[in-house]
Design a protein around this ligand. Structure first.
Ligand code: APR
Length: 260
């Protein structure tokens, strides 16, 4: 039995299988990754997007953020075969939750489209966006969330920083460097990792928290850990299976095998 067959077999037998995803799952959709030669942080200084800067200099932060948003989300991205495979596993009851540090919303879109396809009204897979969603903004005073596009447009037209009708400053609805992840979200992610029988880490360099610790937490609670990533990661040593392949090749195969 090879690593993929073993993982599929474990998923079939698991009560709780959980997937954790990073920028690598969206790379085949054209969304740029953060690290690596073509990574966004080669072109932009990540320090400029820190929470401290947003608080100190919201005008400068927003001006740079408009450029980053253009670089990252200028095109309309579509979910790829890997998002679709995970969404189908969720719909078929093989996957309890998808934890993602991506902010592109593609897991939600894939879940919507597989649900429509099968007109399924079964249990919904939890999609937990640990770092928020780049397509939204949130008012730092009243907390109201809004579609981001019109607000980014206002900022691009010179409203720096853009503000809510209550007068509060908008912030992209994402977790910035130096900002705490919401406590409830991180607790939920940790308990899902602890409860999981199978924990798949997909398309993440596993260097930024909580990505770095969730696979270890799952492994120490007894889960079978599988890693799908083009490059090696600091968690490869604790994984039961490491598949150094493209996500769009591996995940549809894993889905088919787990459904057999
Ligand atoms: N198939 C499999 N793996 C891939 C593919 C692919 N098609 N394309 C890229 N990868 C891998 C790369 O080898 C890399 O190790 O995906 C990984 C992406 O790593 P990062 O760019 O570091 O992304 P991620 O781990 O999600 O970054 C974490 O850092 O700056 C932040 O907040 C940002 O959420 C992000 C966090």
């Amino acid at each position: 039995m090879d690593d993929l067959e073993r993982l599929a077999d474990e998923i079939r037998r698991a009560d709780t299988a959980v997937a954790f995803t990073g920028a690598g799952i969206s790379a085949p959709s054209g969304v740029p990754t953060f690290r690596g030669d073509d990574g966004v942080w080669e072109k932009f200084d990540e320090g400029q997007f820190a929470y401290g800067r947003f608080q100190r200099d919201p005008e400068g932060f927003w001006s740079d953020r408009v450029d980053l948003q253009r670089e990252m989300f200028d095109e309309e991205y579509e979910p790829n075969a890997a998002h679709e495979a995970l969404a189908a596993m969720g719909r078929d009851g093989d996957l309890e939750a998808i934890l993602t540090q991506n902010t592109d919303g593609l897991h939600g879109e894939a879940a919507d489209s597989v649900r429509e396809e099968a007109a399924s009204d079964g249990d919904e897979t939890t999609v937990l966006e640990l770092h928020g969603n780049s397509q939204r903004v949130r008012c730092t005073d009243c907390g109201k969330r809004r579609d981001g596009d019109p607000i980014f447009e206002r900022a691009a037209d010179g409203e720096l920083p853009p503000t809510c009708e209550c007068g509060g400053v908008f912030k992209p609805d994402v977790v910035l460097f130096g900002e705490q992840l919401p406590g409830a979200v991180i607790q939920r992610a940790r308990s899902l990792a602890r409860e999981s029988d199978v924990f798949l880490a997909i398309g993440s360099s596993l260097v930024v928290e909580p990505a770095a610790s969730l696979p270890r937490l799952a492994a120490s609670a007894g889960a079978t850990v599988g890693i799908v990533n083009l490059e090696s990661t600091p968690c490869d040593d604790i994984a039961d299976a490491v598949l150094r392949e493209d996500v769009t090749g591996v995940l549809p195969r894993l889905r088919d095998m787990a459904a057999e």
